[in-house]
Design a protein around this ligand. Sequence first.
Ligand code: SF4
Ligand code: SF4
Length: 439
Amino acid sequence: MVRTFKRGGVHPPEHKQLTERKPIETLPLPKRVVIPMAQCLGAPAEPTVKPKDAVKAGQRIGEPKGFVSTPVHASISGTVKKVDLYPTAVGARILSVEIESDGKDEWVEGIDLESREVDFTRPDDFLPALTDAGLVGMGGAAFPTHVKLKPPKDVKVDTLILNGAECEPYLTADHRLMLERAPEIALGLQILMAVLKVDRAYVGIEDNKPDAAATMRQALAGTLGVEVAVCRTRYPQGAEKQLIKSLTGREVPPGKLPMHVGCVVQNVGTAFAAFEAVARHKPLVERVLTVSGRAIREPKNLRVRIGTPLSDLVAFCGGAADDLRKLIFGGPMMGKALRFEDVPIVKSTSGILFFDREEAAAVREFPCIRCGRCVAACPQGLVPCDLGDQAEHGQYAGFADALDCVECGSCQFTCPAHRRLVHLLRLGKSEFRRLQKKG
Ligand code: SF4
Ligand code: SF4
């Protein structure tokens, strides 16, 4: 049975053929890394190292500040050069630690990069291990994993959903990870189930990745309570609320979170990182991402140390083409367009896209023609054309109901007038919140 959500959704061209058959390659060790202290959707970490300090890979270099915050670790061994403000993809000037490599790649004692042992008789050790490892959601949101895994006492979670939908065009890192690391992801899933104390889980995969579904099924054969569920390829299938609806039939009410309908959603990359945190005591210091688009000479799926400068990836992928017009961190629907700057890879970087003139074609915006396509495309049942009008006129009162907008971009994708609806929705939401705080 192929599952899907009921309302809205669009079918953008996939462009996954550029990298979906390309095995994950490991980027050579960078000569230097710049590691931002703000890498999660929460309080930034506080640096605990200073210039000239020697560090090893996996060593903690940033302490979390509060519960909704994660520690940050060195991704290479070497010497701290500077602790300063650096440009990053997550903010213009973020406090970061720059480390110069000693070329030795020495790891902190206690990390076993080869271990595959998970002691399921000690489930109480799992959550502290995931917290210490600085895990965040790897699908792009970067919400601290340990917070999601510790719902309030009055909330009953009964289902874990592993998100392998990867519905954004171009991105294939999760697809490759499922093909190449299915047994580790399966163990990671069981670790997450043990932390949540649930006996039911789904792995949601779009039907454009039948090989990944087959591989995950094989890896999970005999695991009680787990179903690998194939979903229709339809954007935004991988948005949490849409995936929950597709797999369980449950509808997350406006203003509520997945846990309020008994679900926790984690990305397949996060499950792999959970396996490494528990079995190898390895913190989150590297990730798999996709480098793609027609303006990069050799698109690839890469395993990259956190903090690696973008220029290292560009060089490894044969360089950027002359007609590079647009650089996007993330996917084309929800990612962030950046000007070309040598920013570091962070925990939430799921992909980097290099668009040529055609892919980046800037289109002229026209007035709304009231065609209603954006309304039909919105998976959250909103009326994006009206919300866009209100934001344009500085009227934000109507945005109370729009806070559930998942910023998926389906409305904008389908708009024949090319209105910048996502920008207007983001503006309206943030202004509404600001005015609410002001009282
Ligand atoms: S960006 Fe928001 S308003 Fe537009 S389709 Fe997605 S959820 Fe609906
Ligand atoms: S899709 Fe665009 S033109 Fe059509 S109603 Fe929505 S905003 Fe207006």
